[in-house]
Design a protein around this ligand. Structure first.
Ligand code: ADP
Length: 453
């Protein structure tokens, strides 16, 4: 279950232990070397002191005095004479070591130095100090320092470092449990929350969290939950609206069909009802086509294939297509396309957008008013405006007109027709071009739609 925390702890503990071992080994070696160096220097200093005294006051008494000085403690001295002969030693045990000192057979040591530095393998470290009083009285003052104090120090160090190692491991485990509590518990809760989301339960409750990545993740999951819930609600509402949209005209159709099938109807009356049936069927066909367009856009199957084409020709073609409908309703259509320039867009989709806007403008305009269709270029963008002097849109509803199946007052659709999908499609198409759409409207005075792509 707690896999992340285990992984985290393993990485953390291993890296920490490796680092700690390296540091401890370095410290351990350093302390011992410093201590051994100190012993060397002390031994050399004492030995050279004895040697100087021996040279300055050479006599049996001086020799005895030096031997006496080193007869206590963990140090010892051996004074040799000509040909390596031992004159005196502070401890008889030390004399047994001399045969192993090869340099005495062939004395080449001309100045004070440590001649047996390997404290790890030998019970003593030894320094040699040559002296020469006259031809007959010369040799070495050999200083011996027991390695026992150093070994004691090593044993103590090993014990303390071991203790520190164990303490660090215990502390690491405490840190691990704290970490797993504060770091991985929120992660586990988020995992549980996302599992709940995938089961369709959107009421996830996650703690607010801090300003860090975990806090941000928690906010993102809560936002996702809200979005999913809203989408689910939207989808249900959308489905309900669609079934309503489809069932209303179907009810009319069935009603009119029943009436049209009556025998006693005159030819003229039957034709009248058949016309209504045809009109309603067309409206349903348009509605289904629009719905399919929207579904394609939602699936991102909607591809915009852009090309360059003339703005003048594009506007003229549209004008020619819609002008008769405007004339029929006695609405004046004013095309303003001053300059000809190249539009970079999908011509079919852009035509669909403009036709939708012009269709709305005509639908919501009264007789003897003007609709302006303006096409121009602003910096590098194409700007198309459709402005009418029609019934306008109430201010509080302007933001909603791009929503699917939204219509200002449902009763309008009965008067003007329309399904509430046109502007939703327009918006998707404009955005698929990377463009934007704006609307300005005053209720009762007119509306102005501007697209920029
Ligand atoms: P519809 O097919 O119903 O016209 P749209 O999506 O094209 O659907 O428009 C949504 C709603 O916005 C319409 O029902 C209408 O009330 C309002 N509307 C759109 N264009 C205009 C306009 N030019 N003048 C007034 N109202 C408009």
């Amino acid at each position: 279950m707690n896999k992340i925390s285990k992984k985290l702890a393993a990485y953390f503990i291993i890296s920490f232990l490796v680092l700690e071992t390296i540091l401890m080994m370095y410290l351990h070696q350093n302390i011992i070397h410093t201590r051994v160096d100190e012993e060397y220097s002390r031994l050399l200093a004492t030995g050279s002191n004895h040697r100087n005294v021996l040279i300055d006051y050479y006599s049996d008494e001086t020799v005895t005095h030096i031997i006496l000085m080193e007869s206590e403690g963990d140090r010892g001295v051996v004074i040799t004479g000509k040909n390596g002969k031992i004159i005196r030693s502070s401890d008889a045990k030390l004399e047994t070591l001399l045969p192993s000192l090869s340099f005495l057979q062939n004395p080449t040591v001309q100045k004070d130095q440590v001649i047996k530095p390997d404290w790890e393998d030998s019970p003593y470290i030894i320094s040699a100090h040559p002296y020469k009083v006259d031809e007959n009285n010369s040799g070495y003052v050999l200083m011996f320092q027991s390695t026992e104090p150093i070994e004691q120090l090593v044993r103590k160090l090993n014990f303390h470092f071991g203790l520190a190692g164990v303490a660090i491991i215990i502390i690491l485990f405490i840190i691990y449990s704290i970490l797993s509590k504060f770091l991985t518990r929120p992660l586990i809760r988020m995992k549980e929350a996302t599992e709940k989301l995938s089961e369709g339960k959107f009421d996830v409750s996650l703690p607010a969290g801090g300003n860090d990545e975990l806090g941000e993740l928690s906010i993102a999951i809560r936002k996702l939950a809200n979005d999913l819930e809203r989408m689910k609600k939207d989808r249900n509402e959308f489905l309900a609206s669609i079934s309503h949209e489809l069932s209303t005209p179907l009810t009319y159709l069935i009603g009119y069909l029943k009436v049209a099938m009556r025998h006693e109807l005159s030819e003229e009356e039957r034709n009248h009802y058949l016309m209504i049936i045809a009109e309603e069927s067309n409206r349903m066909k348009d509605l289904v086509k629009n719905l399919m367009d929207l579904a394609k856009m939602d699936e991102l199957a909607f591809l915009v294939s852009k090309s360059n084409f003339s703005s003048r020709k594009f506007a003229d073609d549209i004008y020619r297509l819609v002008q008769p409908s405007f004339a029929l309703k006695n609405v004046h259509l004013d095309l303003i396309a001053n300059k000809d320039f190249q539009i970079h867009a999908d011509p079919v989709r852009l035509e669909q957008v403009v036709l939708n806007l012009l269709d709305n403008a005509l639908k919501y305009s009264n007789e003897n008013t003007t609709v302006k269709f303006i096409i121009s270029k602003e910096q590098k963008r194409t700007v198309i405006t459709v402005a009418d002097e029609g019934i306008g849109i109430p201010e509080e509803q302007i933001d909603m007109i791009f929503e699917k199946l939204f219509r200002v007052e449902k009763s309008r659709s009965r008067t003007f027709g329309g399904s509430g999908l046109g502007l939703a499609i327009v918006k998707e198409l404009v955005e698929a071009h990377g463009g934007s759409i704006e609307v300005k409207s005053e209720f009762g005075k007119g509306s102005e739609f501007t697209i920029k792509i």
